[in-house]
Ligand binder design. Structure first.
Ligand code: TRP
Length: 369
């Protein structure tokens, strides 16, 4: 009882990414920035960051090479934004075998119809044209995600909005487990990015979402030249043809990016004619402000963020063996914690036969006469 109270009061953070490609600005504003802030606040007991390769394999079964190649990319992106393995544990999901065992046990507590109702799964099945042929592993990945979270007794899970149904499903599994067996698991809470613009960063082509498959992203590892080319070629208001035309700042990704990235200091540094984004927007909407001026400003703002990231990435790219060592150490640490939870889970489910002296004694008695 006492120990449980103690556990609940701890702040344990866990989050993760599927290693299906390098990370982009959408990941940066949507989660990475916040993770670094959390990390440096020191206001937590433990923080785990997981590279979800096993989950990535649930819809890339035929292409393990893609996942294999991207683990190091994601790790480099983590380090380059300032995540610090001295403060947070970075590990690889598939290397923590307790997670698959937990998934198997939790799957007894979840119905097929409940999984079918999970909005994220539903949506992803459609996106991948899996309707007729859903791989079982993919269909059940919310259960595996519950294992990821509960194995570390995480109570805080910083995620994007699309992940809320996963956290809800995890909470249900926790309640069901604790009710059915013994109260050993912790119900997690999701935390979302603060700003509206950070929730869903559009692509440079104006598409609602920055995504690998659409090829409309700006990557943390993009060179200065690539970033310039992408920003200068960005979609804006198609009706804003002449400088004097009134322009639309809504559904205009250039302004959405400024919303997400530019602060007043950026205006002081790079565009002192305007005090803030409201002034810039007002001018654009009235007419008389050209796209080039706005794009150049955006480029300066983005480069100001990406330049130090690029520098750090460069440093780690020359030390790949150390990065792998860091991942190995992190995975070792994660194994210790997850195995401890797995033991508690097995005890609660009474599948700890060899440690259960009473059980053995009882069976000795049963057959003594
Ligand atoms: N599903 C998450 C994504 O696609 C990745 C993930 C796997 C995750 N396990 C997790 C996120 C546990 C938070 C907690 O982005």
């Amino acid at each position: 009882m006492k120990e449980r109270d103690f556990m609940t009061n701890k702040k344990i953070i866990l989050t993760g990414d599927r290693p299906t490609g390098r990370l982009h600005l959408g990941h940066f504003v949507g989660s990475l920035k916040n993770r670094v802030k959390l990390q440096n606040s020191g206001e937590f007991d433990k923080m785990f960051i997981m590279i979800a390769d096993a989950q990535a394999l649930t819809d890339n079964a035929d292409n393990p090479e893609k996942i294999r190649e991207n683990i190091i990319e994601v790790a480099l992106d983590y380090l380059s934004v300032g995540l610090d393995p001295k403060k947070v544990t970075i590990f690889i999901q598939s290397q923590v075998s307790a997670l698959t065992e937990l998934t198997f046990f939790y799957s007894n507590l979840v119905t097929v119809s409940r999984l079918q109702r999970n909005p994220t799964v539903k949506n992803e099945i459609k996106l991948r044209n899996f309707e007729a042929n859903i791989p079982v592993g993919f269909f059940t990945y919310p259960i595996s995600q519950a294992a990821d979270i509960t194995a570390f007794k995480a109570n805080i899970v910083p995620v994007g909005e699309d992940q809320l149904p996963m956290i809800e499903q995890t909470r249900e599994i926790v309640r069901s487990f604790n009710r059915t067996y013994e109260s050993v698991l912790i119900e997690p809470t999701a935390i979302l990015p603060e700003s509206e613009a950070a929730l869903r960063l559009p692509g440079i082509d104006g598409n609602a979402k920055m995504s690998k498959s659409l090829g409309n992203g700006i990557y943390l590892a993009d060179s200065k030249e690539e970033v310039k080319r992408k920003i200068m070629g960005m979609y804006t208001d198609p009706n804003h043809i002449h400088v004097e035309d009134p322009g639309n700042t809504k559904n205009n990704p250039v302004f959405t990016y400024l919303e997400a990235f530019a602060n007043e200091q950026d205006f002081k540094n790079f565009l002192p004619q305007y005090k803030n984004l409201d002034e810039l927007k007002a001018h654009y909407e009235k007419g008389g402000l050209g796209d080039m001026v706005v794009k150049k400003f955006l480029l300066a703002v983005i480069e100001n963020i990406l330049e130090p990231i690029r520098e750090k990435r460069n440093y780690y790219e020359k030390r790949i063996d150390e990065v792998y060592k860091m991942l190995k150490d992190g995975s070792d640490k994660a194994n210790v914690v997850a195995n401890e939870t797995l033991n508690q889970v097995k005890n609660a489910m009474k599948i700890n036969y060899f440690e259960d002296k009473e059980l053995i004694e009882k069976h000795i008695q049963k057959y003594q006469e």
